[in-house]
Design a protein around this ligand. Sequence first.
Ligand SMILES: NC(=O)C1=CN([C@@H]2O[C@H](COP(=O)(O)OP(=O)(O)OC[C@H]3O[C@@H](n4cnc5c(N)ncnc54)[C@H](O)[C@@H]3O)[C@@H](O)[C@H]2O)C=CC1
Ligand SMILES: O=C(O)CCC(=O)C(=O)O
Length: 529
Amino acid sequence: MFKVLVSDPISDLGIQQLMDAADVQVEKKTGLGEDELAAIIGEYDALLVRSQTRVTEKIMAAGTKLKVVGRAGVGVDNIDLEAATKRGIIVINAPDGNTITTCEHTFAMMMALARHIPQAYAKTVGGVWDRKSFLGVELRNKTLGVMGMGRIGSEVAKRAKAFGMNILAFDPFLTQERAEKMEVKLASVDDIIRNADFMTVHTPLTPETRHMISRPQFEVMKKGMRIINCARGGIIDEVALVEAINEGIVAGAAFDVFEIEPPQIDHPFLSNPKVIVTPHLGASTVEAQENVAIDVSEEVLHILRNEPFKNAVNMPPVAASVMNRLQPYFSIGEKLGSFAAQSANQAVNEIHVDYAGDLSDVDTLPLTRYIVKGVLAHHLGSGVNIVNCMHLAKSRDINVVVTKASKSKGFTNLLTVTLKTQNNEETLVAGTLLNGYGERIVQIDKFPVDVAPEGHQILISHNDKPGMIGSVGTLLGQNDVNIASMQVGRKIIGGEAIMILTVDKAVQKDVLNQLTTLPELNSAIEITL
Ligand SMILES: NC(=O)C1=CN([C@@H]2O[C@H](COP(=O)(O)OP(=O)(O)OC[C@H]3O[C@@H](n4cnc5c(N)ncnc54)[C@H](O)[C@@H]3O)[C@@H](O)[C@H]2O)C=CC1
Ligand SMILES: O=C(O)CCC(=O)C(=O)O
């Protein structure tokens, strides 16, 4: 008999199939703290949660029988994925079941914001008949900026079109072709900030998206913008937003999510009349709660019964025989993918992996998965893993092409990752494992280099002129950035060249901007591995 613990309120109808299963015993215990949950989790084979229960390292460690944690919803930021993977606990989610519901909540928030509905309601039920204070705006003919065109963002855009809105959309995986198909205008973050009347964010919370809308963006924002966040607290900087509202830059905001949930009673949103809030209700409809619970229950049953399953968000085991040959390359493969993704500055529509030398006669699919994960994770965050990365690439119309060659340009083995963009631009990174030296990047675009892929790196494109290294070094020194190592690559004397520096800490955007003002320096980007 398998024991399943449900530790958050989850729809009964949704978990009916678990309750009906002859080999499963379901127990519901909601509202437990970390210690209480850790004290009992050892009895259970599966844990089902929504977003309230934080499934921490401590809980995983105590879950000695735990095979699966099921998240009835999308975001898995309340689950320590690394701790689960380390212990072989499979984490599954229900990525599709609450898409429409959350999209509709976003729309409800946008309309409530446009017409001051919560504020007007509060006054009316308080006995004040105030028809002057709540002059609203129409959505028709307004420009809506959508940041993140995944499942929810795409549905929001579709509905906004029906309202007669013009859509500016930004997503690192949105190509011109897909944008045209969806009848939205492909835009940059900057286009949206400067031109939208309404802006809604639908990205995961990743290091890249944390505070993606902050003071610098508010400073150049179109005056009177209205902002909606039904994705994750922290994508929009809460403190900077309140300042922008008080300064008259932002006309209003509607938030379903907070950097810390629940927010403290003195959170500035709660007393600001221009901010409307809901307590993370995006997915709270009867339909969505049933959908996600049904999806996740089905998957939990498959896993407990050792049947095939989908939607795992962490790593499944790889067969031992394949593992022995490929495992040494998993880390460099993922880093090459990530390096390439960070250097490509356009939406990617093909990931080309070439295996040369030793690797050409192995089934390299598990390694390809690590590379694709590396490419996608830069933008998609912790939701990507080697189980779902191929599916995620396909759903974004990204082709994964693999070629093999027995010869490898002098290396025993060589992995070459080329990202192709819609404009036929290519970003190429090649790497190898060097006996005694470990992981090396040996080529970036057409330039041969020899770089250890680790930590914080600055990739500079420049013209090969005397004094370049000195001026870059001086500028970094003035900004307290210590250089650990430096490599220069060029094809011909005086021609195009690249410089790759490994530095001791993250580099501020402002320092990268200063670098680009140096004569003969074309671009400078930070790459973190
Ligand atoms: N309020 C609520 O109750 C709910 C919130 N959510 C949250 O909504 C968000 C979106 O969910 P889905 O659409 O299902 O996810 P998804 O994975 O289908 O889409 C997310 C999209 O964001 C894009 N993205 C990543 N980095 C970006 C960046 N820097 N700029 C622009 N786009 C970027 C990705 O390429 C991807 O297409 C997630 O944060 C999820 O956790 C989801 C369901 C309910
Ligand atoms: O379960 C919930 O209500 C939260 C939903 C959510 O935020 C998600 O699915 O990412």
